[in-house]
Design a protein around this ligand. Structure first.
Ligand SMILES: Cc1cc2nc3c(=O)[nH]c(=O)nc-3n(C[C@H](O)[C@H](O)[C@H](O)COP(=O)(O)OP(=O)(O)OC[C@H]3O[C@@H](n4cnc5c(N)ncnc54)[C@H](O)[C@@H]3O)c2cc1C
Length: 477
């Protein structure tokens, strides 16, 4: 019995907690029916799950924070859940994290230890999934892709070995784990990272009328690309249901690592480049890194409250409804005309919950050679994409074609600007060239690593690297 060999907990379909245990961040996957969910406590637990799955011929689905857009961390097999492997310690200039730790917990636990790490811009994303796909956020421009700071990882392999991957030990695996995508090469149980030196941060936010959206989008991109590496920033176009007076609105926000005067100057430049003033502009006071990031990710919620609803009695963090999305990486700021085309695809008149989101990249991330790690996108300046969602459960159940059609139209608008795609922000629909799109010239080496460490393709999901090239007709969904 697997249950008897686990220090952690096994939840089976007949158990009362099953419906909660099978949830991911997105409600779309609530109907997935894994044969069990193993809440592992240790690498030994993970190993027991791998052995059990091998012995019984079951699939495994590796799950950290459960944020996979396309549901790659669930399915009909055994879910190996790492969320309870969430320790955070600091020693000898590095930090060690349980691979299932979520961003907000890592920030919180490292704060009294005087350490800061790179996170994304959403609180409950798991570090294991985040780092194995690359890891992008507001610290990317100053400190690089998060996985560039990985020093070693403990990994449970398909053949039952538990290895440490680093520059010295299993260097090919170590290379692949930095951007080659989660759920592909093994199950990472612990991560050793070089922290960032960022004791203090200042947050900011600006809001702009939708009428100025094309000017704001093009000016914000030019501003961010030319700006100091101290600047971490996102832009989102929000629909009328979230805007003042029921009108769509453009928000830019983020954090700055430099002096408050430098941030004020930078925001002045943004206004100047846009040619009009924001409806609203706000800057915070410089404060401890973990506090500013917590507020940006969780608002006024406590650490406990900020977790996903259902995962803790106090947790009230929202879940995402049925969503279709199209995301790409782009290599230079958009012109005003290109911005207008992107906004036309977003369609201001449509009555639906949808976003156009951009995160500014570049800086230190782009000063690393493309083949240095599996994360190849060293020319990307922006992650850009669209999401559309429905909260109507009946509509969601029929898999509304109109949402995918909208995402397809948006993808077509993005395509001429794209330099590649980020495996952690996969589009709902991908074309046959998706491997090259995610990994560029690193595909052959990734395949070699896969052949070496997992020749039977034991760890797999719809868009994981396979040991052999896929047939061109396979789209990976
Ligand atoms: C709302 C939202 C906001 C996001 N914001 C950002 C952002 O700012 N920056 C950014 O870079 N990304 C962001 N992401 C993307 C996020 O980084 C990826 O979805 C990431 O893979 C999620 O990891 P997870 O552990 O939470 O998800 P899961 O669904 O649990 O896992 C995602 C993938 O990683 C694999 N995996 C997870 N843990 C491990 C492990 N320990 N070992 C091996 N494989 C593992 C899974 O099998 C799966 O294939 C965001 C996603 C969402 C939904």
């Amino acid at each position: 019995m697997l249950r008897d060999s686990l220090e952690g907990e096994l939840v089976l379909p007949s158990d009362p907690g099953y419906d909660l245990a099978r949830q991911l961040q997105n409600t779309e996957y609530d109907t997935a029916a894994p044969r069990g969910i193993a809440y592992c406590r240790s690498a030994e637990d993970v190993l027991a799950c791998v052995r059990h799955a091998r012995d019984t011929g079951s699939r495994v689905h590796v799950r950290g924070g459960g944020h996979s857009f396309n549901g790659w961390s669930t399915g009909e097999g055994l879910v190996v859940d790492l969320s309870r492997m969430n320790h955070a310690t600091a020693e000898d200039g590095t930090v060690r994290l349980g691979a299932g730790i979520q961003s907000l917990d890592a920030l919180d636990r490292l704060k009294p230890l005087g350490r800061q790490i790179i996170t994304g811009t959403f609180p409950t994303v798991g570090q294991g999934g985040f780092l194995t796909g690359g890891g992008l956020g507001w610290q990317t421009r100053r400190f690089g892709v998060a996985s560039d700071r990985l020093r070693s990882a403990r990994v449970v392999l398909a053949d039952g070995r538990v290895v440490r991957a680093s520059a010295e030990e299993h260097p090919d695996l170590f290379w692949a784990l930095r951007g080659g995508g989660g759920g592909t090469f093994g199950i990472v149980t612990e991560l050793e990272l070089l922290p960032v030196e960022a004791p203090r941060l200042t947050s900011f936010e600006t809001l702009w009328a939708y009428e100025d959206a094309a000017d704001v989008l093009s000016a914000w991109q030019a501003w961010a690309a030319a700006g100091s590496d101290d600047l971490g920033t996102s832009l989102v176009v929000l629909p009328g249901m979230f805007g003042p007076g029921g009108r769509p609105v453009v928000k830019t926000w983020g954090v700055h690592l430099g002096a408050p005067a430098a941030l004020e100057r930078a925001l002045g430049e943004l206004t100047e480049r846009t040619g009009t003033k924001p409806m609203h502009q706000e800057t915070g006071v410089p404060a401890a890194y973990a506090d500013v990031m917590h507020e940006a990710l969780c608002g006024s919620k406590t650490v406990r409250q900020c977790h996903r609803t259902g995962t803790h009695p106090e947790a009230v963090g929202h879940r995402h409804p049925y969503t279709r999305q199209a995301y790409r990486l782009t290599g230079s700021p958009v012109t005003r005309r290109e911005a207008q085309t992107l906004l036309d695809a977003w369609d201001p008149e449509l009555d639906a919950e949808r976003y156009l989101l951009c995160i500014a990249l570049g800086g230190a991330a782009n000063r690393v050679p493309r083949t240095e790690t599996a994360y190849v996108h060293r020319d990307a300046q922006f992650l850009m994409g669209y999401q559309i969602a429905t909260r109507d459960q009946e509509a969601a159940a029929r898999g509304p074609a109109e949402l995918q059609e909208w995402a397809d139209r948006c993808d077509a608008a993005l395509a001429p600007l794209a330099t590649g795609s980020y495996i952690n922000f996969p589009s709902s629909r991908v074309g046959p060239g998706w491997e090259a799109d995610y990994f560029g010239e690193n595909v052959p080496r990734l395949r070699e690593v896969k052949r070496h460490y997992d020749p039977d393709d034991f760890f797999r999901h719809a868009q994981s690297i396979r040991p052999e090239p896929r047939r061109t007709t396979e789209t990976g969904r």
